[in-house]
Design a protein around this ligand. Structure first.
Ligand SMILES: C[S@@+](CC[C@H](N)C(=O)[O-])C[C@H]1O[C@@H](n2cnc3c(N)ncnc32)[C@H](O)[C@@H]1O
Length: 367
């Protein structure tokens, strides 16, 4: 803990511990909207490899181009000698072990196992047996939790600029930041560097809070996700206020409508898998109609349906209708985030759609 606190002293941040949350990160000066609060390289990281993301990636920068396998273990990939050199201290230890694993067994070594192994290697190499992970700490971990619960709570998914997951990393300082469904900060990635930025004016002495989950979800959905992955019940003001309302909505909802809506959604999903996008758009419009009767105009479920429709319409190159669906999602995002950032990116999406429409209009005249 002292080591982490020392690292934070010149960064206008401090750590405090509270019984209900464990360690918390506080500011010791004001931060302006958009300002970087902290940026950190991963202590250890691994690229993702699963059904959704089966392609190999560079072990260091997660690039998926110009890859060459490590000639010794034939398991790990690099896109350049610079990346290979940067990773060598860790990989040279890991490489010895990987060389001995037979091909069949290699398949069962998941990225989570590799992350854990890399953490042990780095700790051993640096002899930092006391690197403190506090409430979810590696030392306490051995006593109280399994290693994978520790990873689930403390590891961060590294994403590209379009929020596609690339890998997983452990960031000792950033992993101190607690969750809120009304966060004052946001975590983004610039390559492997994790950057936490203020989303609003943050006065001195305020806890830095990010959202661990998709914020545009009902209170019940958010709380379920937090409980399942992070093992706590969120008591932020949004959860407390909306939990009561959510429960009332669930009680008064016409059950047959919900069932119908779910049926429609499943049907839509089935159709979506098929290649007939026109059929999918008809099915999703039917779901939208049902949901409009059932849900509040700012409902996240309704927004999800409209987002799906937006994607389908873009694939069908029906820019005009896609634009109208894009417009419908803006007020819902505005109400979820209450920040200009979401509006800005949606406005950018609108600009792109509008320019595509314009291009199409011109090409119609040209041919
Ligand atoms: C990445 S760690 C955050 C730092 C943690 N407080 C610590 O002491 O190391 C995630 C864990 O912190 C706790 N946590 C985060 N946000 C919380 C919140 N809003 N309320 C209660 N516990 C929270 C949960 O135990 C969660 O699994």
């Amino acid at each position: 803990m002292d080591e982490l606190q020392n690292a934070l002293n010149n960064k206008s941040l401090t750590i405090s511990t509270f019984p209900e949350k464990g360690r918390c990160l506080f500011t010791t000066r004001d931060f302006s909207p958009g300002e970087v609060i902290i940026s950190e390289s991963p202590y250890v990281s691994v690229p993702n490899k699963n059904k959704e993301s089966p392609e190999s990636k560079c072990e260091w920068c997660f690039s998926s181009t110009n890859l060459k396998k490590c000639s010794a273990c034939h398991v790990v990939w690099y896109c350049s000698s610079i990346c290979q050199k940067s990773d060598w201290k860790l990989h040279c230890v890991e490489c010895q072990a990987l060389k001995k694993v037979d091909k069949e067994r290699l398949k069962s070594i998941t990225p989570s196992i590799r992350l854990m192994v890399r953490l042990c290697i780095r700790r051993k190499l640096e002899n930092q047996k006391n690197l403190d992970y506090g409430g979810c700490g590696a030392e306490q971990l051995r006593m109280h939790f399994s290693a994978f619960m520790f990873l689930a709570c403390n590891a961060h998914t590294i994403c590209d600029s379009e929020l596609r997951p690339l890998g997983t990393g452990l960031y000792p300082v950033i992993s101190i930041i607690n969750h809120s469904c009304l966060p004052n900060s946001v975590l983004v990635f610039e390559g492997r560097l994790a950057v936490v930025r203020a989303m609003q004016h943050i006065p001195k002495g305020t806890e830095v809070l990010i959202s661990y989950i998709e914020i545009a979800g009902s209170t019940i959905t958010r709380q379920k996700a937090l409980k399942e992955q992070y093992f706590f019940t969120c008591t932020c003001s949004r959860c407390i206020k909306l939990k009561v309302i959510d429960a009332r909505i669930t009680n008064v909802m016409d059950f047959s409508f919900v069932t119908l809506s779910k049926w429609g959604d499943e049907k839509g999903r089935g159709i979506l898998k098929s290649s007939d996008k026109t059929e999918a758009s008809v099915a999703y419009k039917m779901i939208e109609e049902l949901q409009m009767k059932l849900y509040h105009p700012f409902s996240v479920n309704l927004m999800r349906t409209r987002e799906t429709l937006l994607k389908i319409l873009m694939e069908l190159q029906d820019w005009k209708e896609a634009l109208s669906y894009c417009r419908l999602t803006i007020p819902i995002y505005e109400s979820c985030w209450e920040t200009e950032a979401a509006v800005k990116s949606l406005t950018k999406a609108l600009d792109i759609l509008e320019s595509l429409m314009e291009q199409r209009h011109h090409s119609c005249w040209n041919f």
